[in-house]
Design a protein around this ligand. Structure first.
Ligand code: ADP
Length: 353
């Protein structure tokens, strides 16, 4: 049974009328209480996936189940979902308190909630979201972050089985986005509602998700915890999508414990020593070490440096390949290394392929 699997996409495909296949045979499960992030570049099918789950888009093939029950043909209102979108769509003429309770005061499927029940749910959301001082205000008197909290509160008071969020932070400035990421994660730990969150921002995905589903071209590339996807990417797409700067990828050939790409030859670490044939060698910028010019390694030239304060990104050219190396402050304190634009050597500490 799928008791602990709250949401299941079982071979789900979406083909739009113009022939575009936005989602291609998606198999994905979301466990009860899990925070799943759908991550990928613009146009990869994230919103379509969410909209099919929400009932806003028809499923072309396959089955979607919520709590074990097929929902393909259920209208959106009957699926027990809460939704938070990029545009918060708060009612501008209503106070925060009314925005929160409005949906509950409507008669839904013939059922009307008791006033005491409505008050209780609103009070719980207000406490959780710290909206007490804002209750009498109108949306125009709130900051972007406060509006976002009201939108989340409005979804949560419905006690949804699954909370859906589509790029909910993209209208906020960078600083506020950073704060809201922490807040959303803490909030999730308190309410524990199964959450599916769409974003193209890998930092949001890394920091919010229990698991990430990486999509590209409508196809699932990897479904794993953020750190697994980072350290053990399923393919070159995932490797280059996660991480800033992204993983360095070099196409070449492996054999006899070495990787060769043109004039670049690297001794493979033991766990990759058995690799053979054409392959892509990947190494994270933070794993690229720069050592003394006379040390054993591969000659490289430093083409430029981005000094970011706590860390610096070195742009290197190694036998015709562009490689980025990320160095933290403590690395930079290493003695006897000439980090001026000029010569150096790189030497991989560890690597993936
Ligand atoms: P994302 O949310 O990852 O940016 P979408 O799910 O919105 O991607 O879109 C996936 C693909 O489907 C894109 O190629 C997009 O152009 C296409 N698409 C989205 N909506 C429609 C539509 N109504 N009709 C035709 N194609 C669409």
């Amino acid at each position: 049974m799928e008791a602990s699997r709250d949401v299941v996409f079982d071979g789900v495909t979406k083909r739009y009328d113009d022939g575009t296949v936005a989602v291609d045979t998606l198999d994905l499960t979301v466990d009860a209480g899990e925070f799943l992030v759908l991550l990928g570049p613009s146009g990869c099918g994230k919103s379509t996936t969410l909209r099919m789950l929400a009932g806003l888009e028809e499923v072309t093939a396959g089955e979607i189940r919520i709590g074990g029950a097929r929902v393909n043909d259920l209208p959106p209102g009957a699926r027990g979902l809460g939704m938070v979108f990029q545009s918060y769509a708060l009612y501008p003429h209503m106070t925060v308190a009314d925005n929160l309770s409005f949906g509950l005061r409507m008669v839904r499927r013939g059922e009307r909630l008791e006033a005491a029940e409505i008050d209780e749910r609103v009070r719980e959301a207000v406490d959780m979201l710290g909206l007490g001082p804002e209750l009498a205000k109108k949306p125009r008197d709130l900051s972007g972050g406060q509006r976002q909290r009201v939108a989340i509160g409005r979804a949560l008071v419905r006690r949804p089985k699954v909370l859906l969020m589509d790029e909910p932070l993209s209208n906020l400035d960078a600083k506020l986005r950073g704060q809201m990421r922490i807040e959303l994660r803490r909030l999730h730990e308190r309410h524990g509602t199964t959450t599916i969150y769409v974003t193209h921002d890998q930092v949001e995905a890394m920091t919010l998700a229990d698991r990430i589903a990486v999509l590209d071209g409508g196809r699932l590339q990897q479904h794993a915890s953020p750190l697994t996807a980072y350290h053990e990417p399923a393919n070159a797409f995932v490797a280059s999508f996660l991480g800033t700067p992204p993983m360095n990828l070099i196409d070449g050939v492996a054999g006899d414990g070495r990787f060769v790409a043109g004039e670049l030859g690297i001794t493979l670490p033991t766990h990759l020593a058995g690799a053979s044939g054409p392959c892509t060698f990947g190494i994270r910028p933070e794993e690229v070490e720069i050592v003394q010019a006379d040390a054993d390694g591969v000659a490289a030239e430093i083409l430029g440096v981005e000094r970011l304060g706590g860390e610096s990104v070195y742009h290197l050219e190694v036998a015709g390949h562009s490689i980025k190396a990320l160095w933290r402050r403590e690395d930079l304190a290493a003695p006897n290394i000439d980090l001026a634009v000029g010569s150096a050597v790189i030497f991989p500490k560890s690597s993936e392929s």
